[in-house]
Design a protein around this ligand. Sequence first.
Ligand SMILES: O=C([O-])CC(=O)C(=O)O
Ligand SMILES: [Mg+2]
Length: 646
Amino acid sequence: MFSLSPSSFLNKTVVPGCSTHLFLRQPRTLITPPASLRVFSSLGSNRDPNGSLLIETTAASSSSLETSATDIVPKSTVSGGVQDVYGEDAATEDMPITPWSLSVASGYTLLRDPHHNKGLAFSHRERDAHYLRGLLPPTVISQDLQVKKMMHTLRQYQVPLQRYMAMMDLQETNERLFYKLLIDHVEELLPVVYTPTVGEACQKYGSIFLRPQGLFISLKEKGKIHEVLRNWPEKNIQVIVVTDGERILGLGDLGCQGMGIPVGKLSLYTALGGVRPSACLPVTIDVGTNNEKLLNDEFYIGLRQRRATGEEYSELMHEFMTAVKQNYGEKVVIQFEDFANHNAFDLLAKYGTTHLVFNDDIQGTASVVLAGLIAALRFVGGSLSNHRFLFLGAGEAGTGIAELIALEISKKSQIPLEEARKNIWLVDSKGLIVSSRKESIQHFKKPWAHDHEPIRELVDAVKAIKPTVLIGTSGVGQTFTQDVVETMAELNEKPIILSLSNPTSQSECTAEQAYTWSQGRAIFASGSPFAPVEYEGKTFVPGQANNAYIFPGFGLGLIMSGTIRVHDDMLLAASEALAEELMEEHYEKGMIYPPFRNIRKISARIAAKVAAKAYELGLATRLPQPKELEQCAESSMYSPSYRSYR
Ligand SMILES: O=C([O-])CC(=O)C(=O)O
Ligand SMILES: [Mg+2]
């Protein structure tokens, strides 16, 4: 069943100047019985499979999938379907449209509607009013007790994947309870719905897949993507996370099964950044996979062919990008996630000037790492320009972080970017990137090809470059060997070591290894979480240098200001906002990131700084600018508390 989003109306005080129509907030009131939106299909029945009456609209004809997109495009509005959500007003009489209709869910259907179901928390009055008598056992419990019960159940599962499946099941049966759980227990549940467990979930997605949680757009949908987007039940989309599954975390090509990533990222958009769930759209582009194991797996859910490349690939992506803008307008955030290097850089460059695009692996990871470094400097003193950086891994994350560090140094020290890059060195699978390799390396590595003799091994590069900061973005586990960490500890009193590859199995070293091999002197953070480590009577708490600190607040900042393009200065603003959240008490424990516990507050502050930068740059369209941006961000956040039904 599809639903409108009265469930996402918020009960918040209105902040003066904070435009509200985007977030559809309403004053506290009993809401209309949950309305459900259904496509009235031409199957000849006016009842859905659950027996609810479907109200027929006067809209013409059934699905227009057979009509090619090019027949439709020239006549459609390009301003996005934000007001004319079903495209009916814009359609001329000869154009086929989808007969969306509204009805009210009640009884059994209401219990099966994840957006409106409250399970045992339906009050007796609601049970009477909504035909629920007898469909539930007599007890009525609070949402808090439901949370307690669910946490108790989850903790019984020993296998992480079972917890993941239980959480997905909850998301599909009672969405508000899912988000309440995730928000109230963020530190415990992040590793379940996100890295590392989501990685395993993607690997096994074909077997655990129960209900589709996003849109699958494959080569078979070529020419029809505009119509396919309209099949998604929600119309007011604000954020899309899209992957083509070619580089899922550090696990490689998982094809169509990469869907777990957009789904997981978007649940963090809601839980950590407060974007309402109905405004989030997970998308997987399926152009095949080069993963032989998956191609031969009988449970694989994607196209069984090798990856389309070149024009075939770009045409599908272009059709998708065009259809998104056409359907949702200019202000929808499109977050690229886990594309392989070659496509990630090209897509960001190609669409950065026409769409509101953000690459989480290049830009989000860069922003979070820069934040950790700025935060660390607040306590150790000095500036970024005093440091020397060495990366293992010269892909999206490595070069993205390197470039943002150089940009910050260049701005702060007022030196040319070229000059700022000179203290930053990268090692890839062939060794140190040096000028003699310039002709043979990919374009995104070229700015880092400095003059030096070739070096093959990481440990030798550490000895030669003498970095103060070592950053792993290689996607390959256990590459920061004892030798490497010990050399860093010989060179530095407080070596900064970041093992960023995900999931845990791909981390360049573990927290325990970093602390032990550096005799407790390393400042360590990792992409996937590690538990605190005891070393010689002291407890070290490793930070999680993961883009989850940045993208939810960053996206919220873009949305609340109606920004139409991402600018690097917004990434710097986000880093600075996050760095300000680190307190001395955290740093004393070895952390360079604040705990995730306060992430909603942190996201609101990041959002406010990003929005302020967007206004300053003239890229914001939501005018006039609200006075209190942070308050505005907080007040527009989705609340997972149940609403009362009249
Ligand atoms: O998903 C994560 O945990 C971080 C990330 O973007 C990646 O590793 O690709
Ligand atoms: Mg990623």
